[in-house]
Design a protein. Structure first.
Length: 180
């Protein structure tokens, strides 16, 4: 039995849930999300709760039960509160500027690096070194934040690069000259 899958998902005020076949649509104050639920899992809407159960107790259904519940719970949280990832740029001369729907990075390369921000995610630049990525889809927010981080990941010697706020970079000791 899945401990996570058994827990019902509470539907907050102002959120509409529509179920058509295997497709669930959740609409809230921040937007609308749609997702297809795996065929091994059945979804029921009772009063102000969403309940999930496996249709057959087979090996794959047990694994998917908790996963589907977590994904639907993230959809409910996304349309009510939204999700946010914060990144910071560290390094001398490194920075970012927002220009319309583009981010222009100076990351120590011989040229500025441009990053096109997709429509379903919003990006906010604070100062010259802080970036906030936010939206209603948790996976999409994390994916865009990872793509931005991939432009110049933090290096292990000085820690220069783009990192998540609060991320600890494992530092390596630099080479030392041996005196004779």
């Amino acid at each position: 039995m899945s401990r996570i899958g058994r827990k019902p998902i509470l539907i907050p005020e102002g959120v509409k849930v529509k179920l058509e076949g295997n497709e669930i649509e959740i609409e809230g104050p921040k937007g609308k999300l749609k997702r297809e639920v795996h065929p091994l899992i059945s979804v029921k809407i009772e009063e102000n709760q969403i309940k999930l159960e496996p249709k057959k107790m087979v090996k794959g259904a047990k694994a998917l039960w908790g996963t589907e519940r977590a994904l639907i719970a993230n959809m409910v949280e996304g349309v009510t509160q939204g999700f946010e990832k914060q990144l910071e740029i560290e390094g001398t001369g490194y920075g970012v500027k927002a220009q319309g729907k583009k981010l222009i990075f100076s990351l120590g390369f011989s040229h500025p690096v441009e990053f096109e921000v997709p429509e379903d995610v919003s990006v906010e630049v604070e100062g010259n070194t802080k970036i906030k990525v936010f939206g209603i889809d948790k996976q999409r927010v994390g994916e865009i934040a990872a793509q931005i981080r991939r432009l110049k990941p933090p290096e292990p010697y000085k820690g220069k690069g783009i990192r998540y706020v609060g991320e600890e970079i494992r530092r390596k000791a630099s080479k030392k000259a041996i005196g004779k």
